[in-house]
Design a protein around this ligand. Structure first.
Ligand code: ATP
Ligand code: MG
Length: 161
């Protein structure tokens, strides 16, 4: 399917605005005025961005902020999602994409989750030939999730495992 990434981001934000307001988190977006067109399954795109937005809001305490910027390059779209939340210690960064992995089970106990979100996100993104990377300066220093998604064409048949 042909997807206008700016419109898609707008509808995602609308869906998450309530969750953000409930926690007094400010949700910012930055994108170009030009339409950004992707060829992808709307379902796949939705699963990916719903998971990373959900994480940013879940792991950011009240009063924080989440900034989502989308830019178009030669081969695809780069999405950078930056939060001011809990952050992730460097020793945990290599494990984020493992199924059922959650940082510090005790700490995460107050925040519900299964630890499957990012594993699924990574399989979808790589099925499209894209990439995801997660950076953090450490505990309480926030987290930045960068996703590169190629413009693609007829990628719907991409196998998701
Ligand atoms: P699920 O997404 O299945 O509901 P989950 O959010 O725990 O559960 P993932 O989305 O795979 O699972 O994330 C794995 C772990 O990475 C989380 O449990 C959390 O510890 C850490 N994490 C992910 N995103 C962030 C973030 N933005 N800030 C801080 N920690 C994060
Ligand atoms: Mg999650």
């Amino acid at each position: 399917n042909e997807i206008d990434m700016r419109r898609f981001a707008g509808s995602m934000l609308q869906q998450f605005q309530q969750q953000a307001r409930a926690k007094q988190i400010t949700l910012f977006t930055e994108a170009t005025d030009e339409p950004i067109i992707l060829y992808a399954s709307l379902n796949h795109l939705t699963v990916v961005f719903r998971n990373v937005l959900d994480n940013a809001l879940k792991y950011t305490p009240e009063g924080g902020s989440v900034t989502w910027s989308i830019s178009s390059g030669v081969e695809g779209v780069t999405s950078i999602l930056e939060d001011t939340g809990l952050g992730i210690e460097s020793e945990n960064l290599p494990h984020l994409f493992e199924r059922f992995f959650r940082v510090d089970k005790a700490r995460s106990r107050q925040v519900p989750g299964t630890g499957l979100g990012l594993a699924l996100v990574q399989s979808i993104v790589s099925a499209y030939g894209g990439s995801i990377s997660i950076e953090s300066e450490g505990l309480h220093h926030g987290t930045t999730v960068t996703i590169f998604w190629p413009y693609g064409e007829a990628c719907e048949q991409a196998e998701i495992t």
